[in-house]
Design a protein around this ligand. Sequence first.
Ligand code: UDP
Length: 314
Amino acid sequence: MKKPQPTSVVTGAAGFLGSHLTDLLLARGYKVIGIDNFVTGTVDNISHLGGHPRFKFIQQDVSEFIFLNEPVDYVWHFASPASPVDYLELPIQTLKVGSLGTHKALGLARHKQARFLLASTSEIYGDPLVHPQTEDYWGNVNPIGPRGCYDEAKRFAEAMTMAYHREHKVETRIVRIFNTYGPRMRLHDGRVVPSFISQALKHKPVTVFGKGRQTRSFCYVSDLIEGIYRLMMSRYGSPMNIGNPSEMTVLEFAREIIRATNSRSRIIFKPLPQDDPRQRRPDITRARKILRWDPKVRLTEGLARTVEYFRGKV
Ligand code: UDP
């Protein structure tokens, strides 16, 4: 008899990462049940899946009870606003999805005896005092600052995930996602990649915050999703950084975008938002060793694909 295809539930399936993950799972033969309430996700990201025989979509806030009839093998919990601009506008929803939503998604995994993966974030390291960030660093987070709603929600989510693992023996995975870019980011989500690309494509000034000396390292979405898939399929239950360790300043990044878009834009400087982390770069020793994973897509190549996507949008 043919083995039934395993079923994955993806929360936040209409978001940037959730939709790319859904595509990968479908390509690898899974059934996927996507859940999203479209607070920051968009139907455009999943419209190509309409009528797919192995894809089902439920429009729901995952902070509410999740009821599913069928067996589930994997729960991938990706639902959350993820851009600083979004979570500044939606602090309570961000806290709710990270806490209540994670609780519901874990409850679903427990009930179905499914394996659970939490999409956590480099933000749990706050404005890090350890550089590059290793998974055993506990972080430097301001709980009451403007980013606190996201950072603390994700820290709570990690604690809740470990509690379900310890108390209910749910098989759990935690990925700490560093800055990621690629097609399907929202043009106006306020993050640096869509902001700079849309400004550059329109030859408008590129807005660097502060002096642009803060650093980030950018991972192309296909690399990230592959790393996360490997983590879920691994036996590794402690948190794992996934991101690209090639670090640059935001000012260098602005110049890179201007080059990639052949733009006539100039760079202007705007005030640095409160608690903006000064440096960020993942230590990916664990992922390299345990998952045999390394990012493959170079920045120039990833940016070319991303710029192509945004050309059709601006
Ligand atoms: N940033 C910037 N100009 C913009 C948007 C963002 O200089 O128009 C900076 C921001 O201050 C931060 C970095 O780019 O230092 C990355 O910001 P993003 O919002 O993408 O995500 P973060 O890494 O801060 O979560």
